[in-house]
Design a protein around this ligand. Structure first.
Ligand SMILES: Nc1ncnc2c1ncn2[C@@H]1O[C@H](COP(=O)(O)OP(=O)(O)O)[C@@H](O)[C@H]1O
Ligand SMILES: [Mg+2]
Length: 282
C-alpha cells in the first residue's frame, strides 16, 4: 500500500530544493507527531553529516528528552543567560544530534508566560554558530514566542494528520500566522496516513484552502504512514529511526530529509541567517 518496489515513494514537490537552515515544526492540533518528526528528521540530517541542533520549544508539553531518554542540562530559558555557554546547555542525542531541552508548564495553556519574544529570538541566535540546521519543535498552536521563531525561520513545517479536525486546526494555525505576517515558506507533512491516497487527499485539501482563502502556496513535504513501530519506539524511549531504521515510517522520514539538499555557499548562508535573526531586534 505505502511502498512500491520496496522503496518509499517521494511525493514532494520539485521546488523544495534549498538547504533548510532554521526549520520550525508546528501544528494546529496536539499529538499529530511534531516531536517525533523533529527528532527523527534531526537524526537523519545529522547522519548526512550536518551539525543539527534540536530545540524543544513546546512550552506546554516539552517532551523531546523523554522520547530519547536523555537528561536535560538546561532549557530554552537558560539561553537568555549569557553567562551560560551554549555547550553547557546542549545534550548529546543519537548519531550526533544535539538537543536543547524544553521547559514544560510555563503556564497552563502552553503560552510563554513572561518570556519576551525578542529575548527568546536572541537566545536562539546564540545556537546558530554551533549548527548548520536548527530544528525548533514549536508545539501546537500559536504564541508570541513561536511567532518570533517562525519569523526567523526559513521553512515552517506544518504537521497534520488526515483527520478533518487536524486539517481544520492546521488551516486555522496557518491563517493566524499569515495574519500576523510572520510566515515565509511553509510546507506540510501528513502523518499517520493509512494510504498514499489518503495523504494526497489531505494535502491537496489543505493546499487548496490555503491558496483560495489566504493566497498561500503550501509545499508538499511528504507523508508518514501510521506505523506501530513509532508507538513501540516511543514506549522504548528510543527514536524510531534508531530503534527501527528499516521500518516504513523511518523510510518516509528519510525521504522527507532529502528535501534539504546540501548548501553551496556556506559563508553567505551563515551571514544571511544571522542578520535575519538580528533584524528581529531592530
Ligand atoms: N507515524 C506514526 N504512526 C503511529 N503512531 C504515531 C506516528 N507518529 C506519531 N505517533 C503517535 O503519536 C504520539 C504523539 O506524537 P508526538 O510526536 O509526541 O506528537 P506532538 O509532538 O505533535 O504532540 C506518539 O507518542 C505516537 O504514539
Ligand atoms: Mg510534541
Amino acid at each position: 500500500m505505502m511502498q512500491r518496489q520496496g522503496r518509499p515513494i517521494a511525493t514532494h514537490s520539485a521546488n523544495v530544493s534549498r538547504w533548510g537552515e532554521i526549520l520550525t515544526v508546528t501544528s494546529g492540533k496536539g499529538g499529530v507527531g511534531k516531536t517525533n518528526l523533529a527528532l527523527n528528521l534531526g537524526i537523519q540530517l545529522s547522519r548526512q553529516g550536518r551539525r543539527v541542533i534540536l530545540v524543544d520549544a513546546d512550552f506546554g508539553f516539552a517532551n523531546a528528552d523523554i522520547l530519547m531518554n536523555i537528561t536535560p542540562l538546561g532549557d530554552v530559558t537558560d539561553l537568555l543567560d549569557e553567562s551560560r555557554s551554549v555547550d553547557s546547555l546542549l545534550v548529546d542525542g543519537p548519531d550526533g544530534l544535539r538537543v536543547l531541552c524544553g521547559v514544560s508548564g510555563l503556564s497552563r495553556d502552553g503560552a510563554p508566560g513572561d518570556l519576551d519574544p525578542r529575548r527568546f529570538a536572541g537566545g536562539l541566535r546564540r545556537l546558530l554558530p554551533a549548527c548548520d540546521t536548527l530544528i525548533i519543535d514549536c508545539g501546537a498552536g500559536v504564541n508570541p514566542l513561536i511567532e518570533s521563531a517562525i519569523e526567523a525561520g526559513d521553512l515552517t513545517i506544518l504537521m497534520t494528520t488526515p483527520e478533518p479536525t487536524a486539517l481544520a486546526d492546521a488551516y486555522a494555525t496557518l491563517k493566524v500566522l499569515h495574519q500576523r505576517g510572520v510566515l515565509g515558506r511553509v510546507g506540510t507533512v501528513v502523518n499517520m496516513v493509512r494510504s498514499e491516497r489518503e495523504a494526497e487527499d489531505a494535502m491537496s485539501r489543505l493546499q487548496g484552502v490555503a491558496k483560495h482563502f489566504l493566497g498561500l502556496d503550501v509545499e508538499a513535504l511528504g507523508m508518514i504512514p501510521h506505523d506501530p513501530h513509532v508507538i513501540s519506539a516511543v514506549q522504548d524511549r528510543v527514536p524510531v529511526t534508531v530503534r527501527y531504521p528499516r521500518c516504513v515510517a523511518s523510510a518516509y522520514i528519510d525521504v522527507i530529509s532529502k528535501h534539504f539538499l546540501p548548501r553551496v555557499a556556506q559563508p553567505v548562508r551563515a551571514s544571511g541567517l544571522l542578520s535575519r535573526v538580528a533584524s528581529l531586534f531592530v
